[in-house]
Design a protein. Sequence first.
Length: 103
Amino acid sequence: MGNPSKMRASLKDGVVEVKALMQHAMENGRRKDEAGNLVPAWYITDVKFQHGDRTVLEIQLGTPVSKNPLMGFRFKGGKVGEKVTLSWVDNRGDTRSDVVAIG
């Protein structure tokens, strides 16, 4: 399991804005270490944001995404105090899930 994501969800004029910083090394498999050996690929492959039982954003990532990806998006239908859940899986099978309340 990765380090906790930093998340924020705020409501303004009926629109929820979500920002999430996912803590992950996101190695592409092409970088070499100090000894000249390739660092194995290790990156997030699937990301899902849910508001209650509804999926509000689902994406697939690959090797070109930088370390500690930052994502932001908006959706309608949330209320203050309701929860937004971020879940991700990486190419090694590691998972992470974090929850934030809409403020």
